[in-house]
Write a protein that binds this ligand. Structure first.
Ligand SMILES: C[S@@+](CC[C@H](N)C(=O)[O-])C[C@H]1O[C@@H](n2cnc3c(N)ncnc32)[C@H](O)[C@@H]1O
Length: 201
């Protein structure tokens, strides 16, 4: 089910901002894979948080590849248009909302600015194929997806994420998604109060 909302799991997002983004800012390009992105609030939240911490020149180097199995076949259009109804945007912190959303005339919808939209691309992708979409990601975010997979599938997907990260890249999952014991030597926990890991160099 594609349940999602803007600024979901603020604790993990803030920890990503404090512990991951400063490191990613040192790289020439910031490539992020949001796996299981649903209709877009998660990758767009990340884009807004990044833009808030960067100048426009740095932000041009941000590429968020959002993927989802997308059984409805609607996510591509929704994410491309980046227009969300009032009830989906009303909990966004006011100072962020005012900067990055524009009211659509004659409609109770709000559109993300072109700069934020431009940082996110979408493609359909099934994690169960175990095929990666790239090799040198600085951050892979996969939240509230793997809980639907069995243990063997989870291990295979996390192994595929490992291969898809650059050395020193980061993997973030939801609070309840613990890293399987098989990966203890391959990743280091970044914090004690969220599931954020750094790939060992
Ligand atoms: C609960 S939503 C999570 C959305 C977002 N990550 C969040 O935390 O708000 C789970 C998403 O996982 C997607 N999903 C389920 N199985 C998948 C698979 N095999 N490959 C890719 N995406 C999948 C669903 O389509 C859905 O959009």
């Amino acid at each position: 089910m594609a349940f999602t909302y803007f600024f979901r799991d603020l604790q993990t997002l803030e920890l990503i901002c404090d512990h991951v983004i400063p490191d990613l800012l040192l790289k020439p390009a910031i490539e992020i894979w949001d796996a299981g992105c649903a209709t877009g609030p998660e990758p767009y939240t990340l884009a807004m948080l990044l833009r808030d911490r960067m100048d426009s020149r740095q932000f041009k180097n941000v590429m968020i590849q959002a993927t989802d199995i997308d059984g409805s076949d609607l996510f591509d259009k929704i994410i491309f248009e980046a227009e969300y109804p009032r009830e989906q945007v009303q909990r966004i912190p006011a100072e962020i909302f005012e900067k990055y959303f524009i009211k659509i005339e004659n409609k109770d919808y709000y559109r993300l600015t072109d700069e934020i939209r431009g940082a996110v691309t979408f493609q359909k992708h099934d994690l169960r194929t175990m095929n990666s979409i790239g090799r040198e990601f600085g951050l892979i975010l996969c939240k509230n997806v793997l809980l639907h997979f069995n243990e063997a599938e989870r291990i295979d997907v996390i192994g595929m994420f490992y291969d898809s990260l650059m050395a020193g890249g980061y993997l973030a999952m939801e609070q309840t998604q613990k890293l399987p014991a098989e990966f203890k030597e391959l990743f280091e926990p970044v914090v004690s109060n969220a599931q954020i890991y750094r790939k060992n160099e």
